[in-house]
Ligand binder design. Sequence first.
Ligand code: NAD
Length: 490
Amino acid sequence: MTDNNQTNQQANDPTTSNPHKALSIIRNTEEMQAQFAHMQMLSRSQPIVDWPTREAQLNNLETLLSDNQDSLAKAISADFGHRSVSETQFAELFPSFTGISHAKKHGKSWMKTRRASISPLYLPAHNEIQPQPLGVVGIMVPWNYPLYLAIGPMIDALAAGNRIMIKMSEAAPEFAETFAKKIAHYFSPDMISVVLGEVDIAEAFSKLPFDHLLYTGSTAVGKKIMAAAAPNLTPVTLELGGKSPVIILDDANLEAAVNRVMMGKTLNAGQTCIAPDYVLIQRQYHQRFIELAKEWMQKHYPNIANNPDYSHIINDDQFQRVQGYLEDLPNDVVQPLTDVAADAESRLLPPVVVTNPETDSEVMQNEIFAPVLPLMHYDTLDDAIGFINARPRPLALYIFGDNNRDIDKVRAHTVSGGVCINEVIMHVAQHDLPFGGVGHSGMGAYHGKAGFERLSHMKPVFVQSKLNGLNLLLPPYGELFKKGMALLLK
Ligand code: NAD
């Protein structure tokens, strides 16, 4: 199996005389800096330019996942207090497997040097674009989908021929340990190493002179990452958060909209970066929305106090943060959708709706990241669009309705990382669509070809022909030059 691959890779490695012993799992800053220098040196001396080597790494990743699905899902559940195994399969393992298959299917053609068009003025020269590995890519992972948000960027980085250092989240320590051990078993430390530890080592990690740093996490920390990367001019992809709104248009099928919004808000107990954060809805549909949402909960999460399909909140800090938002609100605006109360000990938080809260309330000022759903009233479509545009650009925007003119108007007049129409969340699973934010919800996009190109250097190459007219443009600039320029500048 892969252990053989590992041995082969090390045996073929002419740098084994390097005094640094390559490490798969790193727990302190000194080891991390030495390992980075080692990987950087390898990336310069042995760039991964062929497809079979990249494909073998993707195969390793696939084998790691298929061999260890249960232990990885159990570790995530231990971190959450309880994380539904079905959710881990649906939202983490499934997109990881399909992402790997997609990269294996298309990677060879993505990495081909391709012709680019050329202005007739330069013929018979021609242009090419040559994708090249960047070198060592840093990946920083949040706790909410710690598997998929590690694997997703790794797929793009490996397909693009890079080596990887990855910092796992300290808020999901059980998963971080389990994952690191698996990586150590399936990959050479010359290819991938995993950094474990608290925020201090995360800070040091973000200061390493990576060839690219892909960070997924909060907008607040994203600003620190960009500042830490700046002195090295390390290019960053920032996959951040924020408030992703839903607009329910007045001709929407309300039952269908409630079905999808509730799915998005309850998945992983709302701890999803592209969960619907709040809903813009006309006042007359508000009460019906709540009735339908209660029926939906009864049907899909009966007996929520002991329902294995419903996940818990990751830690006490997150639980208290959300409880704090709710305690700040007047009692009559918070409407539970079940008859089970929140439980601090097990960090169970059954979903609630919040009726038209003040826009300066905590729940409308912050990304909620929990199963709390504000229903904000709007009168006209222009008001709803204005509400969204008065706030930071969202990571996702969801539109429910039938009338294409209104849907097109919302699409054209708002700017968000991505959009779903009559759906939520599913755009993230499309390997043919770039995924990322805009403005405060992030910069740069990855997944599929977009991710491959993001983590490659798409090198432009101009190939001159023996026969060409450029020598006519040399000084001393005589009559011929002047006539030529007069034509070109016309
Ligand atoms: P976070 O920003 O607290 O942590 C993410 C990573 O940053 C962790 O690995 C952590 O070790 C590191 N980190 C924390 N403080 C740091 C610092 N001062 N310097 C350097 N590194 C530091 O985010 P989180 O709480 O783990 O995740 C939740 C947030 O992530 C939400 O805002 C959510 O919307 C966002 N998110 C975005 C996406 C996306 O794809 N856009 C996906 C998932 C989560």
